[in-house]
Write a protein that binds this ligand. Structure first.
Ligand SMILES: [Zn+2]
Length: 59
């Protein structure tokens, strides 16, 4: 099963360098059983589904 990224919408979004909108959130990378693997920045405008995009690049 793929890892998933959970975005915390309680955190205040910060400006994105790619699109310029305040849509950059801190996302938590979680394994299928809910273990925290790390954190990443996710722009909901540029990359609404970052985990899907990553798999498309790898394929
Ligand atoms: Zn963006």
């Amino acid at each position: 099963m793929p890892d998933r990224i959970e975005i915390s919408h309680r955190s205040k979004p910060i400006p994105c360098a790619m699109c310029g909108q305040h849509a950059l959130h801190i996302g938590r990378i979680l394994s299928p059983d809910g273990t925290l693997l790390g954190r990443t920045l996710v722009c909901t405008v540029c990359r609404p589904r970052p985990q899907i995009a990553a798999f498309r690049r790898a394929a």
